[in-house]
Design a protein around this ligand. Structure first.
Ligand code: NAP
Ligand code: MG
Length: 502
């Protein structure tokens, strides 16, 4: 670790790829295939990490460990206070390890190093918040059922939870789910995206150091089509929490039907930035540029559709363009850059395909579209299209890249219709100085997360999740722990039961 730490603080590329085995039942595990997959940094084009490609048998071993750990009560039946103590220690371990975790995250994902540091520290705060919930979560009582009957509603951990995570925020998204599941008393099998598994594996080791009992958290790496699918289908898994694309989410929902698992899904978005004529355009321009450039637009809540009042469209677009001109895209290890690399060739080609389609469909390219593929390094400049037809691919589909489309409106009615006119409902931002307009709009916009005069901000106190095809369920906030519980209603007879047959 000392060696890695040194590398991290000097922000060099590793001399040889950092190899991480899986983590099952409290120990490193090399699996049945022994097949390591090399990950090249998308910001540098060189091999940086190696993780194992597991088989379905390896997944079985992990589920068996999680099942044993849940059923014998080593975690599920200890007190909330004891669970909170471990989660708080885990948070401290994460804070102490920020440099190495951030370095690995940047190498595998291509995101700027300062952003990685921010995400790791933010994630530590989420572990702390969840630790508090371990002592707060509780059920209910009903004293209104009559003199001879008393009702209790008990919240119990759902059991073994399978958690499948994407590559865009590997550590942060996991930290919006795993500590809440653990606070509830669940055990887990985590399947990170194959492109970005290293920080999840390192976290498993940190949790062990923090005192988490063996088998409570297990990490299996490899392909979603093999390990993720098997996890969603597994009959010994009680719940699956999936974060990723809507098509794969749909297949997880089907796979989970076998044993009627509880399902949590956080899927795609095509999130509107709604700007009314009275908005502070400077504030809006900066935030809108941030909202589409953050994580190179590879963010489920990226504000990718600008829906703007026609009277201020020209002015706002000019101001956004002025911000875009100052955005530095490049080496994610160089802290001066705002935007890093696109995660992989497939994603890069997909984004470039949408930019081409936008041009073909007659949208007006105002800024950007420059993409660079040097060897295996992938970068795309922020890109802005005007006159985007509301039913075109550019306006309807999740691009997952730094591409902003602009559609004007004339009336509030049209603004709401445009905002709600996509199959997704994950997030939306509303820009206005008029409190009536703000409240009137957020009540009608179909999205799980709304930002008024801000974007992509918040904390673990606030629940996240989607309307419509953006998912099922909520993560974080007090709802975040409740997601990982089952309700049991208990009826207690007081005194003698009235006879059925006298
Ligand atoms: P994805 O294909 O949905 O993958 C997300 C996770 O699911 C990964 O760990 C993946 O494994 C796994 N997976 C793949 N097939 C599976 C299956 N049949 N059963 C269970 N798990 C499976 O998303 P992606 O490839 O990372 O990105 C593709 C698109 O998803 C993006 O362009 C974007 O539109 C969307 N996306 C949304 C979010 C979000 O936060 N809402 C995040 C990331 C991506 P492997 O990839 O390792 O094989
Ligand atoms: Mg995939």
């Amino acid at each position: 670790m000392g060696n890695l730490y040194e590398l991290a603080t000097t922000l060099r590329l590793p001399q040889q790829p950092v190899r991480s085995p899986m983590f099952i039942d409290g120990a490193h595990y090399t699996g049945s295939t022994g097949e390591y997959v090399v990950r090249k940094s998308p910001g540098h084009g060189v091999a940086v990490t190696e993780t194992l490609r597991a088989s379905a048998q390896d997944l079985d071993a992990a589920v068996a460990a999680a099942r044993r750990a849940f059923d014998d009560g080593r975690w599920s039946r200890i007190s909330g206070e004891q669970r909170a103590a471990v989660l708080l220690k885990a948070a401290q371990r994460i804070r102490d390890d920020v440099e190495t975790l951030a370095w690995l995250e940047t190498l595998e994902s291509g995101k700027p190093i300062n952003q990685s540091r921010g995400e790791i520290m933010g994630a530590a705060g989420t572990w702390e918040y969840a630790a508090g919930l371990a002592r707060v979560v509780h059920g209910d009582t009903h004293d209104t059922l009559g003199d001879d009957l008393f009702g209790l509603v008990v919240r119990q951990p759902v059991g073994v939870v399978g958690i499948v995570t994407p590559w865009n925020f590997p550590f942060f998204i996991l930290s919006e789910r795993l500590p809440f599941a653990l606070a509830a008393g669940c055990t887990a099998v985590v399947k990170p995206a194959e492109l970005t598994s290293s920080t999840t594996l390192r976290l498993a080791a940190l949790l062990s150091e923090a005192g988490l009992p063996d088998g409570v958290v297990n990490v299996v790496t490899g392909l979603g089509s093999v390990v993720g699918q098997a996890l969603a289908e597994h009959r010994d898994v009680d719940m699956v929490s999936f974060t990723g694309s809507t098509p794969v989410g749909r297949s997880v929902l089907t796979a989970a039907g076998g044993n009627m698992k509880k399902v949590g899904l956080e899927l795609g978005g095509k999130n509107p930035q709604i700007v009314f004529a009275d908005a502070d355009l400077d504030d809006a321009a900066d935030a809108i540029a941030f909202g589409i450039c953050f994580n190179a637009g590879q963010c489920c809540v990226s504000g990718s559709r600008l829906v703007v009042h026609r009277s201020v469209e020209e002015e706002l677009v000019a101001r956004i363009k002025a911000v875009f001109e100052k955005v530095r895209v490049g080496d994610p290890l160089d802290a001066a850059n705002h935007v890093g690399a696109i995660v992989e060739a497939r994603q890069f080609d997909k984004i470039c395909g949408y930019i081409e389609a936008g041009r073909r469909d007659g949208a007006q390219l105002v800024y950007g579209s420059t993409s660079t593929k040097e060897g295996e390094r992938f970068f795309i400049q922020p890109t802005l299209f005007r006159n985007v037809k509301p039913d075109s691919a550019l306006a309807q589909e999740e691009i997952f890249g730094p591409v902003l489309s602009v559609t004007p409106f004339d009336t509030t009615e049209q603004a709401i219709e445009l905002a709600n006119g996509a199959p997704y409902g994950l997030a939306a931002s509303i820009w206005t100085r008029d409190v009536q307009q703000a409240f009137g709009s957020f009540r009608r916009v179909q999205a799980g997360r709304i930002w008024v005069n801000c974007t992509i901000t918040g904390g673990p106190e606030m629940p996240i999740g989607g309307f419509k095809e953006s998912g099922i369920g909520r993560e974080t906030g007090r709802y975040g722990i409740e997601e990982y519980t089952e309700l049991k209603s208990v009826h207690v007879q007081l005194g003698k039961r009235a006879r059925w047959i006298a």
